[in-house]
Ligand binder design. Structure first.
Ligand code: FE2
Length: 240
């Protein structure tokens, strides 16, 4: 393909600092043994198709998409919470108009998903999926229900700590990032191989939201602050 000489030069994205990121292979997290690449990774150059891509307009976001407690006729069961924060790059500059999507269990620790057969009740008023765009200062806010812990078959008596899955989508395909947010003071955090697969303790802590009185709304919901840093040594750990 010949590129138009008038076209602005394509600037590749800075790659993630490996010290902030989980290893592809972490044996206590058993499914990484089968899925981790056996050979060294090959870095693909960033070309036009990686550096451009789908752009999401405001129209696609519905009025209740960011509020998972208002997507059905009744109120979901459980503890209502607010999760809010900023998405910034390694220099602290906001990432505006970034699509954030979340998915999570209900308060009983069950996903609204055909493959989840954990014997915990579904909630007819909670699907557990939401999305929003960051504003001009990179700020986002969700209203939801605190998710429950759930068992998984990684090892004997294995339980995932309560968490919310996050996907971030910038302006191009290579800007999609996926991570998980955890809650402070959860005794399961120290036992969770997914979280513990991140080698740097400070990087692990960046996945734990902090209780925030500023985000908390009186008589209504506790607030948690979860800021996301896209690049650099302070980068939020992301899943491969
Ligand atoms: Fe999960």
């Amino acid at each position: 393909m010949s590129l138009d000489p008038e076209m602005p030069k394509l600037i590749p994205y800075r790659r993630l600092d490996p010290s902030t990121q989980p290893a592809c292979l972490y044996e206590p997290y058993r499914s990484t043994i089968r899925r981790a690449p056996a050979k060294p990774l090959i870095l693909l150059p960033h070309t036009l198709s990686e550096l451009t891509g789908p752009l999401y307009g405001h129209n696609a976001i519905g009025e209740t998409d960011h509020d998972l407690t208002r997507q059905h006729p009744g109120q979901p069961l459980g503890e209502r919470i607010i999760v809010a924060g900023r998405v910034v790059d390694d220099t602290g500059r906001p990432a505006p108009h970034t699509l954030l999507e979340i998915w999570q269990t209900n308060a009983a620790g069950r996903y609204f998903h055909v493959k989840d057969n954990h014997p915990a009740p579904l909630d007819p008023n909670f699907t557990g999926a939401g999305r929003t765009l960051t504003d001009a200062s990179g700020f986002y806010r969700f209203v939801t229900i605190k998710p429950g812990a759930y068992p998984w078959r990684n090892h004997s008596n294995a339980w995932r700590p309560a968490h919310i899955h996050f996907s971030l989508f910038g302006p191009a395909f290579v800007t999609r990032l996926i991570t998980q947010m955890y809650f402070p003071a959860d005794p399961l955090l120290a036992l969770d191989p997914v979280l513990q697969s991140i080698p740097d303790e400070k990087a692990r802590r960046r996945l734990i939201a902090r209780f925030d009185l500023e985000t908390t709304e009186p008589e209504w919901a506790l607030g948690y602050r979860f800021d996301i840093v896209l690049r650099g040594r302070q980068a939020t750990p992301f899943e491969k």
